[in-house]
Design a protein. Sequence first.
Length: 368
Amino acid sequence: MSRFADYLTGPGPDNPFPGIKVLERRMGREIPHRLGSNEGLDMPHHALRERFGDAMTEHVYYYGDSEALGLRQRLASLYGLPLEATLVDAGADSLIALALRTVATPGCTVVSAGGTYPTFGYFAQAQGCRLVERHYREAPGLLAPDFDALLASAQEHRARLVYIANPDNPSGHLHGDDEIRQLRAALPQDCWLLLDEAYHDFRDDANSAFGREVLPGVIRLRTLSKAHGLAGLRVGYAIAEPETLAMMMKARIHYAVSTLSQAVAETVLDRHDEVTTHIADVKRRREALAGHFRQLGAEVLPSATNFIALRLPSAGLAGRLNQELLAAGILIARPAHPDLGHILRITAVEDALEPGRFELLERALKHA
């Protein structure tokens, strides 16, 4: 259906080091004597054992399973995903870069909303792509990527890929499932849709049938950084057709997800009740935070994420307040893109609900 980078469509490249875990599965038995991978297996690691204990230290000796099979099996079981339609990599950021390496070539055009998650544009330009950005749609209670404008640009510039964050970062807007389907159907057949679903777990309908679908011509990205609290370990996964994932595996760094990261992620997924409770707590805090700022007269945009977005009257006011909060030791987020300079984003953690935490912002809103 859609195009891959030319250098991946012929024989190879083949991963020269699939790893011991993959080899053991192919042979159907364990390899007890590991004498060929040049790992530091005889390093005693006294310092690590003293600080972190034996259980963690045992996970630092070996390269990670390049296929992350145990992790993918848990994801498939928990979320109803086809195992063969999943690929694990070092967080959603790495998956964005991997998707671009797989389908984009220097000089091709990619399209996104101006002000959306900036790492996409950063990686696209580093890949040598031409980045075309379109303005967000703005209306009372609405700040969202403009699908009509993105589609028009994809058609006009014969784009190789369109990037959408859904739910959106930084606005929190959630496009409906039918909107995503219609956009994919309207895009040129040789144009990919890269669907960044980093905040998918915070959707009220996260467990719907659509969330489990493998969509032709679409690469869906998710992460264990947000709802699962593992940002420091860098674990994310893609959902796509097996043929697409096979091409991505050709361009993937094979040991990007460490043995430790995989073991921790598997442990967290095995205790999914804790994840479910955390998601509910985040939603409660998000609504409390939104209600607080609405009472002060602020425009709080609807959010299906773990944050709220405030739309201020001007970029100048947003910039000043952002700097004053930072000087007071309070870090929030303000998009660097000039189109969205009037937006302030606040994560719905318990600390954000501490009385007086946003006194500077509250005073300014009362006088805005």
